[in-house]
Ligand binder design. Structure first.
Ligand SMILES: Cc1cc2nc3c(=O)[nH]c(=O)nc-3n(C[C@H](O)[C@H](O)[C@H](O)COP(=O)(O)O)c2cc1C
Length: 262
């Protein structure tokens, strides 16, 4: 065995880790303290089992804003799905871009009912959105913007639902032949950043290149960007779950609305 010299700071970190991983066996339960200082308890053989149990129920909802069921947007989302499966995270993909989805008519009825007046895929998706830990929204680039059907869907979904979206991780993914990726990426991210949703990043802006369906499979860097994005997202969701356990969600102030006209 090769023994490497260990620095004083590393020794200190190791000491703290060992001290904080104290576990007590109590009947068939094992109570432990994680390195985050969180008290955990479970019937598994260790605290790691307990944390794994929590992770088992994690869900990512994936929205495909392309009219192509197996197009380049799908290729990007499917690459992420493989990583989520390896991480033990459940996924569901919803096909939006090929549906007849109208835009918001600003009737305001959702303010009273908590759902959209048009009873379609938007209302069907709402409970899935509420239940998920992370949301991935994919779009093809059309004239340097997201697909209009997707924007109609997201606008109505985010506006009509009143459940707390904060600390659900959000990732935007864009596919294009050549240009307009960054502006489309920004457009999607704005739904997350007005909702208290942490935005997940990767090794590059979350984009992939291709024109005809499947062409994106040749974009090695784009595929790698998607795998990195999924790993970062899994890490973030698990970290948020632990953070919620220890700190709870951040306190919310009563909403202060100003319109800049009075
Ligand atoms: C109406 C329309 C507009 C498009 N605009 C752009 C564009 O602005 N920039 C670009 O690079 N590609 C553009 N494209 C190409 C698509 O973004 C590209 O083919 C993408 O891979 C399609 O993704 P999908 O297979 O998931 O549908 C456009 C395609 C269509 C149909």
């Amino acid at each position: 065995m090769l023994l490497l010299p260990i620095s004083e700071s590393k020794k200190l970190i190791l000491f703290h880790r060992i001290m904080r991983r104290v576990q007590i066996n109590y009947g068939r339960y094992r109570i432990g303290v994680t390195e985050f200082g969180t008290v955990v308890a479970g019937t598994g053989s260790s605290q790691a089992d307990f944390i794994q149990e929590k992770e088992k129920n994690m869900k990512v909802l994936m929205i495909n804003g392309s009219p192509h069921i197996k197009g380049n947007t799908y290729t990007a989302l499917a690459e992420m799905e493989k990583i989520f499966a390896m991480e033990g995270i459940e996924t569901e993909m919803i096909q939006v871009g090929n549906k007849m989805i109208r835009g918001c008519v600003a009737c305001g009825s959702c303010a009273d009912t908590g759902k959209c007046v048009f009873d379609d895929l938007v209302n069907e998706t709402a409970p899935k959105f509420e239940a998920c830990d992370g949301l991935v929204v994919g779009s093809p680039v059309y004239y340097a913007s997201a697909n209009a059907t997707l924007i109609a869907f997201l606008t109505r979904l985010f506006y009509s639902t009143h459940f707390d979206k904060s600390m659900k991780a959000g990732a935007g993914v864009v596919a294009a032949r050549r240009g307009g990726l960054s502006s489309t990426f920004d457009e999607i991210n704005k739904f997350f950043t007005i909702s208290g949703m942490p935005v997940v990043s990767s090794q590059y802006w979350n984009s992939i290149h291709g024109r005809t369906p499947g062409e994106a499979l040749q974009d090695e860097e784009g595929l790698q960007t998607m795998r990195t994005l999924a790993r970062n997202m899994a890490f973030l969701m698990k970290s948020i779950a632990l953070g919620k356990e220890k700190y709870g969600l951040p306190e919310k102030e009563a909403f202060c609305r100003t319109n800049f006209i009075r």
